[in-house]
Design a protein around this ligand. Sequence first.
Ligand SMILES: *[C@@H]1O[C@H](CO)[C@@H](O)[C@H](O)[C@H]1NC(C)=O
Ligand SMILES: *[C@@H]1O[C@H](CO)[C@@H](O)[C@H](O)[C@H]1NC(C)=O
Length: 300
Amino acid sequence: MIPLRSFPILVFILSSVGALTTKRPPCGPITYWFAFGDSYTTTGFDPNSTLPSVGNPLGNPSFPGSTGGGGENFVGFDTVTYNKSLILTYDYAVGGATIDPTLVAPITLSLPDEVNQFLAGAANKPATSRWTSENSLFSVWIGINDIGNTFYLGGDRDAFSDTLLDRYFAQVQKLLIQYDAGGREFLFINVPPTYRAPLIIGFFPDQLDVAKTVIESFNTKLAAKVKSFKAMNHGVRTWIWDSYSLFNIILNDPTKFGFVDGVSYGEPGDFWGNSYHPSSPAHHIFAKEVAKLLAGTPWF
Ligand SMILES: *[C@@H]1O[C@H](CO)[C@@H](O)[C@H](O)[C@H]1NC(C)=O
Ligand SMILES: *[C@@H]1O[C@H](CO)[C@@H](O)[C@H](O)[C@H]1NC(C)=O
């Protein structure tokens, strides 16, 4: 705590510095968001192309980017609508991403590639990026493809989830970088009930209960992993957005949330934008929930 009586001096110093600084941000405080994940998070960002900047907070491609379900996703809504600061969002998520390519094959890239892109780029804090441990949010929403592509294989799915989560958190650990310079604020998002997605219902009509069991077990283990990650790393703050529960709340009563039903897809009024991805109106609800969960932080 700063003793109260030194406060006016501190204010004086800060405002003097402000007056001498010519390159001030044009609006309020600038914050950062580094997002990792799969098609539920991606905006099609290429870290080698135009980077996020004031007036273009997601960088490339042009807003709202290329998303899994089409249109603005929760990253877009949270970055420009529910933000209470000017958030520059580096969305490293890639469609089809998995936790580890040696465990479950991704379509193109996986979580270690995304983390490496961050480490090779924004982590080096180039002059264009003023991110700090305090003003930067790190989010990870992954596991959907890992489970979607393996839940039906039989064998010990719980042991496999443990292996997945060990690899997952080995990557998260890298985001801390050196003690004073890395991520401290972490949002984790659990695996939604994708066994309610039209694609899975169509492919595995007899194994939806298996998918449900595997996802629920993974999510329980994820919560434990987040807890120990926080306990082992001093000064880290964590949140878990329970997407699993919110999807179920909406899909159990879709009309209450303005959707036609819980299984149609691809038309206005549908929860699902296509057979495996929520629509933009569904992402709008997710974004509100994320902003509510993180209310009072520098971002929301
Ligand atoms: C960005 O450029 C680096 C170095 O040329 C390359 O290794 C990497 O694959 C590129 N990333 C993407 C997403 O194209
Ligand atoms: C929210 O983000 C938008 C887009 O970057 C920006 O114009 C606006 O100023 C931000 N809101 C606040 C309160 O900083």
